[in-house]
Design a protein around this ligand. Structure first.
Ligand code: RRO
Length: 300
């Protein structure tokens, strides 16, 4: 058991936003697969269809996606969130986004009645014009959005950060000043792939966000730097496929780890990572999982 911003998780694995998170039933399936908590697809103020296909490519070393925030909007998602809460038996975190501070607050308040355990503010989608990274690379916007949502709700607020900035710590700092209970690092890394036969960019949106194995070292470094700089917990996400990846992320400073791309290999990933962590802790003689959090910072 581990506590993250006051929320009890049976194990430190969390379904990352965006994967299997649009229905209550699929969130519950992931929870039954062994996740310690689950996060919804990012939900916004208006229904959105997302970008045209192809919107996701498997590059082998990771996925490039430009889904384009497809979601049914909060009025149409309330019921799914309530089902997820009822059926999953784990904490359920609602990922939300908006184009403005007011929209973030509107979506948060709209979903509160369905009793999410926390909100994750998505200020970091790499490829949604007018949303996302343009907000997430502006410390003042991140601070004021975080403060406005914190003011409007009485549950923990996590802020998911983009790596597509010069200094992620300055954005994490802004989230902390705004009252965030935790930061989550990282969202996807901006990228592009081109079909050399035709010369066309492959994604319908021309560019997208890279996730999976390729981004793990980027995520580990971001988590490491945020852990050094902030007082609030850091939740790690990016390229976690195995228990070894999870331990590495925790040694960088992550209190818990989110799993996204690896879910495509099967839902057993949650229980196999959770079990692997437990065995490692026991074999190494650590008292608890918290002993490994930030351990790399002590190795100077
Ligand atoms: O829907 C997406 O295109 C998307 C989102 Br909201 C996000 O936060 N990160 C990402 O890689 N894709």
């Amino acid at each position: 058991m581990i506590k993250v911003t006051g929320i009890k998780l049976e194990n430190p694995t969390i379904l990352a936003a965006g994967i299997m998170g649009t229905t209550g039933a699929s969130l519950a399936r992931v929870a039954k697969g062994g996740a310690g908590a689950v996060i919804t697809k990012s939900i916004g103020p208006e229904p959105k269809e997302g970008h045209k296909n192809p919107s996701m490519i498997n590059l082998g070393y990771g996925f490039l996606n430009a889904m384009g925030l497809p979601n049914p909007s909060y009025p149409d998602f309330k019921n799914e969130l309530a089902i997820a809460k009822k059926e999953s038996g784990t904490p359920v975190i609602a990922s939300i986004f908006g184009g403005t501070e007011e929209e973030f607050v509107e979506v948060a308040q709209g979903l509160l009645k369905s009793k999410p355990d926390a909100f994750e503010l998505n200020v970091s989608c790499p490829h949604a014009l007018g949303y996302g990274a343009s907000v997430g690379s502006n410390p003042d916007a991140v601070e004021s959005i975080t403060a406005a949502v914190k003011d409007a709700v009485d549950i923990p607020v996590w802020v998911k950060l983009t790596p597509n900035v010069t200094d992620i710590v300055s954005i994490g700092d802004a989230a902390q000043r705004g009252g965030a209970d935790a930061v989550v690092a990282i969202n996807t890394v901006k990228g592009m792939a081109i079909d050399i036969e035709s010369g066309y960019p492959i994604l319908g949106n021309r560019f997208g966000g890279l996730s999976g194995k390729a981004v793990k070292p980027v995520a580990v470094k971001c988590v490491y730097d945020l852990y050094t700089a902030l007082e609030i917990p850091v939740i790690g996400v990016g390229g976690v496929y195995t228990w070894q990846d999870a331990i590495e992320m925790m040694m960088a400073g992550a209190t818990a780890v989110q799993i996204g791309s690896a879910v495509h290999e099967g839902l057993e990933v949650f229980s196999s990572i959770a079990t692997g962590i437990e065995i490692f802790i026991a074999e190494k003689g650590y008292k608890s999982i918290t002993d490994v959090i930030g351990l790399a910072h002590e190795r100077i």
